[in-house]
Design a protein around this ligand. Structure first.
Ligand SMILES: Cc1cc2nc3c(=O)[nH]c(=O)nc-3n(C[C@H](O)[C@H](O)[C@H](O)COP(=O)(O)OP(=O)(O)OC[C@H]3O[C@@H](n4cnc5c(N)ncnc54)[C@H](O)[C@@H]3O)c2cc1C
Ligand SMILES: Cc1cc2nc3c(=O)[nH]c(=O)nc-3n(C[C@H](O)[C@H](O)[C@H](O)COP(=O)(O)O)c2cc1C
Length: 315
């Protein structure tokens, strides 16, 4: 007989409803398996849909989890605060070092953008020393945000490219901590700036609005209008701050609301039989009028790749 798994656990699954037959299949399986092995489920499995209010679902699930944990432990050692303190300072830049870079050998247009579709490009990348690949592998690219979006944020918070910030945290964080770094580099390389704002974030912004009309409008957006007016148009936190001028959100509050910048995958379009140290990608450059109706949309990684020049290094 197998020993009983004596753990308390909770599962939150990430999925996408386009995978109709297997939506949340793995999280569901994990949840059931741990339960069957003797684990004690703290709360029901949560589910985030990448095509829906993903972060909103996670926040509600997390709050529910923390509430139960607080009850079980009389509040000891359970905190919802990401203890992040952010101060704006003025010191010289200190960039973190990432060791393994690829090197761009070539980056050219295959097909110009037209009414048929976006621009298609071909890029050749020399892999970091010692790395090879197999046919069918993907390359994970950690991009930087489009400069246009970063400048919008700096303008919103009246910062400039020289503004340095120092982040201290008593819990684990994806931000670089303790040494000052420019707001520009943090915004470029650490956070997603274009994710749709969550319902919960809209509710928070509504409480920070000085103008009553704006407050009412925002509260409505967090209700039934959310899917049509926010998700379908992919309205971001930044879009809302630009539209609702009476919202007094500080830069520190803003940073805390953003998810970490994530990698994007690309199917390697070359074969190691041609060259096992060089990969090529064939990619669309996503650049079109924004679904929100507010200016231009720039896909993060595709524009990052598109702007790389021969000799540039890539993470
Ligand atoms: C396994 C795998 C392999 C892949 N291989 C390739 C490949 O070989 N080549 C390739 O080109 N791509 C490939 N992709 C897609 C690639 O990973 C990226 O998703 C794609 O390049 C877009 O990323 P981005 O950062 O440019 O866009 P993001 O910044 O991530 O933006 C994309 C999001 O913006 C939304 N959006 C689109 N248009 C607008 C608009 N006008 N206004 C507002 N929002 C909008 C989209 O709905 C989407 O949610 C692959 C993906 C996977 C999962
Ligand atoms: C190749 C691939 C297969 C996937 N299969 C499933 C699936 O079977 N069920 C599901 O719910 N989501 C599936 N997804 C969706 C991912 O779970 C979803 O993209 C993810 O939760 C959101 O994280 P991301 O932003 O890192 O993509 C799949 C995604 C990819 C790229």
């Amino acid at each position: 007989t197998k020993p009983k798994l004596e753990i308390n656990y909770a599962v939150f699954g990430a999925g996408h409803h386009d995978w109709v037959d297997t939506y949340q299949k793995i999280p569901t399986y994990i949840d059931e398996m741990i339960g069957q092995a003797g684990g004690k489920r703290i709360i029901e499995r949560g589910a985030g849909d990448a095509a829906g209010d993903f972060f909103g679902s996670f926040e509600s699930w997390k709050e529910n989890l923390l509430q139960v944990l607080r009850k079980d432990t009389d509040g000891k050692n359970v905190t919802n605060d990401e203890k992040l303190s952010i101060e704006i300072v003025n010191l010289t830049r200190n960039l973190g070092q990432i060791k393994d870079f690829g090197t761009v050998l070539q980056n050219k247009i295959l097909v110009e953008a037209s009414e048929i579709g976006p621009m298609k490009r071909h890029i050749e990348i020399k892999l970091p020393t010692g790395q090879t690949y197999r046919s069918g592998d993907y390359l994970a690219v950690l991009p930087t945000n489009p400069i246009e979006t970063v400048f919008r944020v700096l303008k919103q918070f009246q910062l400039n490219t020289n503004s340095q910030i120092k982040i201290a945290s008593s819990t684990r964080t994806f931000f670089p901590t303790n040494s000052p770094m420019s707001a520009f580099d943090i915004l470029s390389g650490y956070v997603e700036l274009n994710q749709p704002i969550s319902k919960k974030q809209i509710e928070i912004l509504a409480t920070l609005c000085k103008d009553k009309n704006e407050q009412v409008n925002l509260t409505n957006l967090a209700g039934d209008a959310y899917e049509k007016e926010i998700l379908d148009k992919r309205i971001s936190l930044l879009d809302i701050l630009e539209m609702y001028r009476s919202c007094e959100l500080t830069f520190s509050q803003y940073l805390r609301m953003l998810p970490s910048l994530h990698i994007r995958q690309y199917s390697i379009s070359s074969s190691p039989l041609w060259n096992s140290e060089i990969v090529t990608l064939t990619y669309d450059v996503h650049c079109s009028p924004s679904l929100s109706g507010l200016g231009q949309f720039y896909g993060v990684a595709s524009n990052y790749l598109s702007n790389l020049k021969e000799g540039d290094q890539i993470n």
